[in-house]
Write a protein that binds this ligand. Structure first.
Ligand SMILES: Cc1ncc(COP(=O)(O)O)c(C=O)c1O
Length: 501
């Protein structure tokens, strides 16, 4: 129960504010009854045993189910409507993958089960590793990182350990484009590197001329996502990789945008040495609220012994755990989020080689179509054809009508669409970033574009009421910063701070 608001301050839905589960409580009501005792009763007497009743809500099963179903219906969800969130990729959650992950042999196994009793699990990770290294052009992978950001930190710690073992201790700088996802510089810093920013040129690509001036003996490596966060393919990637390798730096691929290139091209062939893949974005399992995810890190052969261990090995048709010699250590208590990895494998098997080869092409086709129809009402930030996502901007509408990206996002929520990502990438003023993914139909894409054009006309006409959107949702414009900085999960302690400007 965490809508974070005060029930009475929420606009009414269906005429009724939703009471809290505590308010629904009536003494004696139960959602569950234990079966009659069929063994001799044993009374345990110990000073630590509580005598008073725990202050838990007492509700019937039906009241409980209705309460949480009502709350669930107040949320936007990937199964309810289009979620065109650029960069964060909210794609359809294939039921087949969910079904596979729910099979008891997978969902009930304890991660400490010894390898001779969990050969099937190890085999799955082994097969998925083979698929992933084929898709990314790498040689070995570890499934420990539970998300993309954790994959980044893993990759950077690998770079650090590798450079130290080579006595290249002068290499302290990681170059990161100014368009990068915030996790890139944060991960570099956490791994103990200095972050050196390289600019984006007017075409939305890494400024290679500037890059050359930034690279020197202190360069440890470069982090890049390709296509970049503007949705554009870094055409100079082979040149970029040559520049970094010429000073013995390493190239790290942020695989959050792998969706665009699966089956089309491979980071390994572009010159990258380390890749994390966001399985939760590219192969089933849409992620929201930070998890659950899976960000396996794959490396070229020369970095295998630095991977977080243990990793899976196969010999004589048997699978076992192998601890790499110079391993950076663990990035997860066990072996990563196995069920997310399993869903990814199920999705790959469902699509087959042909389907996987089409995945990236369809993702790009959908994004290019959406960009072409949306550009009739919103100018695009870059003229180049996009890959799987694109950035539009309302900077001119802000000047002429005070309309902000935030207003468009909020008005969209009112009309049954989730907002695109807004204010990212940071280098584009009043940015709205759209990513349709490969599974949206052309009808849905047309609906979104038509709705945006209606919204823009409406906001232009009614721009004195801009901050009244959304009008029809339980929560309007909560302050997004305060809950992030001062997390309070107790009901009643939290004030829903509305933005009033
Ligand atoms: C470009 C990019 N890099 C890294 C990440 C971090 O991935 P995660 O959210 O799985 O930690 C994201 C997340 O959306 C992203 O879009």
């Amino acid at each position: 129960m965490s809508s974070g608001g005060n029930a009475s301050s929420l606009p009414l839905v269906g005429g009724m504010p939703e009471p809290t589960i505590k308010e629904l409580s009536k003494p004696g009501r139960r959602a569950f009854n234990y079966p009659k005792l069929d063994v001799p009763e044993e009374v345990i007497e110990h000073e630590a045993i509580k005598t008073e009743k725990a202050p838990l809500p007492e509700v019937s099963e039906h009241d409980l189910v209705m309460h949480f179903s009502r709350l669930a219906h107040r949320n936007f969800a990937v199964d309810l409507g289009f979620y065109p969130l650029g960069s964060c990729t909210m794609k359809y959650n294939p039921r087949f993958a969910d079904w596979v992950a729910s099979l008891p042999g997978f969902s009930n196994i304890h991660p400490s089960t010894p390898s001779h009793l969990s050969q099937g699990i190890l085999e799955i990770l082994y097969i998925l590793e083979k698929y992933l290294i084929e898709i990314t052009g790498m040689d070995y992978a570890s499934f420990q990182p539970p998300a993309g950001a954790s994959g980044e930190l893993t990759g950077l710690l690998i770079i650090k350990e590798y450079l130290q073992r080579k006595n290249l201790n002068n290499k302290k700088n990681i170059i990161v484009p100014d368009s990068a996802h915030g996790t890139n510089p944060a991960s570099a810093k956490m791994a103990g590197f200095n972050v050196v920013e390289v600019s984006t040129d007017i075409n939305g690509l890494v400024d290679v001329k500037e890059l050359k001036t930034l690279v020197n003996d202190e360069t440890a490596g470069l982090m890049l996502t390709n296509p970049n966060t503007g949705g554009l393919f870094e055409e100079e990637i082979l040149e970029i990789s040559k520049i970094i390798h010429s000073v013995d730096g390493l190239l790290y691929y942020d695989g959050a945008n792998l969706n665009a290139i699966v089956g089309v091209c491979r980071p390994g062939d572009m010159g990258f040495d380390i890749v994390h893949s966001n399985l939760h974005k590219t192969f089933a399992t849409p992620h929201g609220g930070g998890g659950p995810g899976s960000g396996p890190v794959a490396v070229k052969d020369f970095l295998r012994e630095y991977l977080p261990g243990p990793i899976v090995e196969k010999s004589d048709d048997k699978f076992s755990w192998y601890q790499p010699k110079y391993s950076i250590g663990r990035m997860h208590g066990y072996h990563g989020n196995f069920l997310v990895a399993l869903r990814a494998l199920a999705y790959m098997k469902l699509l087959g080689k042909e389907g996987l080869d089409d995945l990236g092409s369809y993702a790009v086709l959908n994004a290019r179509y959406l960009a072409s129809v949306i550009s009739k009402s919103l100018p695009l930030a870059y003229a180049k054809p996009c890959m799987h996502e694109f950035v539009a901007t309302v900077k001119d509408l802000k000047k002429s009508h005070k309309i902000k990206a935030y207003d468009v996002g909020k008005a969209l929520l009112d009309r049954g669409f989730h907002s695109p990502t807004i204010y990212f990438p940071l280098i584009v003023e009043e940015a709205l970033m759209f990513e349709p993914t490969e599974t949206q139909s052309v009808d849905t894409l047309d609906d979104l574009s038509e709705t945006i054009s209606i919204i823009i006309e409406d906001l232009k006409l009614n721009n004195q009421n801009l901050n009244t959107y959304p009008k029809n949702l339980p929560v309007g414009r909560p302050n997004e910063l305060i809950p992030a900085k001062h997390l309070t999960v107790n009901w009643g302690d939290f004030e829903l701070l509305e933005i009033t400007e």
